[in-house]
Design a protein around this ligand. Structure first.
Ligand SMILES: *[C@@H]1O[C@H](CO)[C@@H](O)[C@H](O)[C@H]1NC(C)=O
Ligand SMILES: *[C@@H]1O[C@H](CO)[C@@H](O)[C@H](O)[C@H]1NC(C)=O
Ligand SMILES: *[C@@H]1O[C@H](CO)[C@@H](O)[C@H](O)[C@H]1NC(C)=O
Ligand SMILES: *[C@@H]1O[C@H](CO)[C@@H](O)[C@H](O)[C@H]1NC(C)=O
Ligand SMILES: *[C@@H]1O[C@H](CO)[C@@H](O)[C@H](O)[C@H]1NC(C)=O
Ligand SMILES: *[C@@H]1O[C@H](CO)[C@@H](O)[C@H](O)[C@H]1NC(C)=O
Ligand SMILES: *[C@@H]1O[C@H](CO)[C@@H](O)[C@H](O)[C@H]1NC(C)=O
Ligand SMILES: *[C@@H]1O[C@H](CO)[C@@H](O)[C@H](O)[C@H]1NC(C)=O
Ligand SMILES: *[C@@H]1O[C@H](CO)[C@@H](O)[C@H](O)[C@H]1NC(C)=O
Ligand SMILES: *[C@@H]1O[C@H](CO)[C@@H](O)[C@H](O)[C@H]1NC(C)=O
Ligand SMILES: *[C@@H]1O[C@H](CO)[C@@H](O)[C@H](O)[C@H]1NC(C)=O
Ligand SMILES: *[C@@H]1O[C@H](CO)[C@@H](O)[C@H](O)[C@H]1NC(C)=O
Length: 538
């Protein structure tokens, strides 16, 4: 068809150029692809690309979904990511006849816990290999260490499959990457590398990986300690080592990674004091050191031009104050510092963080006023629960995006601010165990907070009054959890329309009369937890 078209062009070289770029499929390559389609067991109803490959010999296989060709019509790229392939393949598969492949992606399929065929090592031109989340199991074949052009090697999976996970024993990590000197992106999350003891750092550095930018080894059963030799991988930009028992201090060399953007060392049993300089790296965007209860540290002054977006230090032994300079971090959208030893005032400058959407400072020792958050138009989650010595002047801002507000377990006094009832998007409101007083009318929740699903007002010093008009009360938001323990309730709420209620606590009130019979039908039978009521009978 295309050659035919050419005759109508006057300017022949242009025509040839067109042909080169379009890279019309060669017969042998089409034939291999068709055989490949037949050899791969896939669910044709779910597959997008494979299912559409046509056996019609007149179609150009280079434009088939997932296929990339060279200028002379050889298949050099194959992307069969998420094609619902189910079942194993072996060394005799026709896939290995596509010898010119430079890029191969079989991610997110289900190879049914079979081994990775060793013939993957025969793709000598391969620069990108992605077998992530594809259900391969067992020892990673040593032949992969021959793929010396590899820039990307992704054998990671989102989950660990226990003794059916991929593993690196023989060869070990050191041997696998020994000659892969062009490697830039290495993802082995959830691969079992436990056979390699503390020397995996030396293994990586001695392999001379001068271009390595991504080292992603979460939950690989690595052991520590971290070794200075890792610092030789100067190009590292993303380091993910979460969920390994490193049991080690974080060494100063991390501050020398000039291009570091992501550092995830969560749940590594880290010890010692975290080097402050790392937090001051201008390139750093995301840091997660959470769940390292033996890790000490404090926050530095943040640079004016810092790029930090996400700061997660929960369940560590970080202490000291949050510096006012946190307001410099214009891109910060997540601050998670719960269950740490921070103290002092919550800096008012936080109210300047226009990108802030998630703030959790719970279970700390902060004092003073909560910032107004006036400029935080994206704030959707505020957890300031259980903050010792907390003073309660919560002047309400225009938190139009607020989804969750947890202020429980503080020393809040005074009335529930009327402005809370203007937070129209609120789904979760937790104010329990404070010293709030006055009167709260159920009518305040009607209509206005129509999206509220979880409400806990238990254990305060106020009185909840219900509406005398049952029709009105049937317009309460549809709760999944409603806790009003010890709220001086005198009358049963009309919960007949609460079809989604799972969790109800009305204990420790002064409700008169009998339990209404309809209560057993509340939540259409889904009510699974109901705290005993205490009734006063007259
Ligand atoms: C093959 O494709 C060509 C061009 O799209 C079409 O004209 C022809 O009918 C097809 N043949 C079959 C058997 O489907
Ligand atoms: C997957 O493997 C199991 C046993 O390991 C086997 O019984 C089953 O038939 C395989 N399924 C497919 C689709 O190959
Ligand atoms: C695939 O390659 C093998 C040798 O590596 C050869 O024996 C076989 O005939 C080839 N298959 C096809 C369909 O070309
Ligand atoms: C790496 O390359 C060297 C030199 O070519 C060779 O001796 C060695 O066996 C290779 N290692 C692996 C694991 O292939
Ligand atoms: C990794 O394997 C190589 C080659 O078998 C061996 O020399 C080295 O000691 C191994 N390293 C570890 C930590 O097992
Ligand atoms: C850091 O990134 C820049 C830009 O991508 C690059 O030019 C530079 O070589 C990198 N530095 C290191 C040490 O890899
Ligand atoms: C955590 O690290 C400490 C100090 O290195 C060690 O004593 C302890 O056994 C480690 N805990 C776990 C669970 O590995
Ligand atoms: C918030 O930013 C403005 C303008 O940059 C600045 O003048 C003000 O001092 C900042 N407020 C706080 C509390 O840092
Ligand atoms: C309640 O939630 C729905 C769905 O998320 C949203 O479309 C609606 O605007 C919300 N209602 C209010 C009052 O914000
Ligand atoms: C409870 O609130 C009332 C006012 O409504 C106040 O007089 C009383 O002191 C408060 N009780 C406590 C324990 O704070
Ligand atoms: C209850 O409120 C509804 C809606 O506002 C109103 O139509 C109705 O008349 C009221 N009923 C009583 C008994 O006040
Ligand atoms: C509440 O339920 C009653 C019947 O049980 C129904 O007539 C009424 O429309 C419902 N009201 C709302 C607001 O869903």
């Amino acid at each position: 068809m295309r050659t035919h078209l050419c005759f109508y062009f006057f300017f022949i070289p242009f025509c040839l150029f067109l042909l080169n770029v379009s890279g019309q499929c060669r017969d042998d390559q089409r034939s291999l692809l068709i055989q490949l389609k037949d050899s791969f067991p896939f669910a044709s109803a779910i597959s997008n690309k494979l299912a559409s490959w046509s056996t019609n010999v007149t179609t150009d296989c280079c434009i088939w979904g997932g296929v990339t060709c060279s200028s002379i019509g050889q298949v050099i790229g194959l992307d069969l990511n998420s094609e619902a392939i189910l079942g194993g393949i072996d060394d005799s598969n026709v896939l290995f006849n596509l010898t010119n492949l430079q890029s191969l992606n079989l991610a997110a399929n289900n190879f049914n816990f079979t081994q990775i065929p060793s013939r993957f090592g025969s793709f000598t031109s391969l620069s990108h290999l992605n077998l992530s989340n594809s259900g391969f199991s067992g020892q990673i074949p040593g032949e992969l260490s021959q793929l010396t052009s590899l820039q990307t090697l992704d054998l990671s999976s989102l989950f660990s499959y226990g003794n059916r996970s991929l593993k690196l024993e023989t060869p070990n990590l050191t041997t696998l990457v020994q000659n892969l000197t062009r490697l830039r992106y290495l993802y082995l999350d959830n691969v079992n590398i436990s056979s390699q003891k503390f020397d995996w750092c030396q293994g990586l550095s001695s392999s001379s990986l001068p271009n390595l930018e991504v080292l992603s080894l979460s939950n690989c059963q690595l052991s520590g300690p971290l070794d200075d030799s890792l610092g030789e991988l100067q190009s590292l930009s993303i380091i993910r080592l979460a969920l390994n028992k490193l049991s080690s201090p974080v060494l100063d060399f991390f501050a020398n990674f000039k291009n570091l953007t992501v550092l995830n060392l969560a749940s590594c049993n880290l010890t010692g004091t975290f080097p402050k300089k790392v937090l001051q790296l201008e390139s750093l965007q995301i840091i997660d050191l959470s769940v390292n209860t033996n890790l000490y540290g404090s926050l530095p002054d943040f640079p004016m031009n810092g790029s930090l977006q996400s700061l997660v230090l929960s369940n560590t032994n970080f202490s000291g104050e949050i510096p006012q300079s946190i307001g410099n971090l214009k891109n910060l959208y997540r601050i998670e510092l719960h269950t740490t030893n921070f103290s002092g005032e919550i800096p008012q400058s936080m109210g300047n963080l226009t990108q802030l959407s998630y703030l959790d400072l719970s279970s700390n020792k902060f004092v003073g006023e909560i910032p107004s958050f006036k400029l935080c138009k994206n704030l959707s989650h505020i957890d300031l629960s259980r903050i010792e010595g907390f003073l309660p002047k919560f002047s309400n801002p225009s938190l139009i995006s607020l989804d969750t507000l947890d202020l429980s377990g503080n020393k809040l006094e005074g009335e529930v601010p009327k402005s809370f009832f203007e937070l129209r998007k609120l789904r979760v409101l937790l104010l329990s165990s404070n010293n709030l007083s006055g009167t709260v009318r159920t009518i305040d929740f009607q209509d206005r907070l129509s999206n509220l699903t979880i409400l806990d007002l238990s254990f305060n010093n106020f009185t909840i009054t219900t509406s005398v008009n049952l029709t009105l009360e049937s317009r309460l938001p549809k709760f999944s959890s409603l806790k009003l323990a010890s709220c001086n309730l005198k009358k049963f709420l009309n919960l007949r329309n609460q079809t989604r209620l799972i969790n109800l606590d009305l204990s420790d009130n002064k409700i008169e009369g009998e339990i209404p019979k309809w209560i057993w039908k509340v939540g259409n039978g889904s009510l699974s937890y109901m705290k005993p009521f205490y009734f006063t009978r007259y």
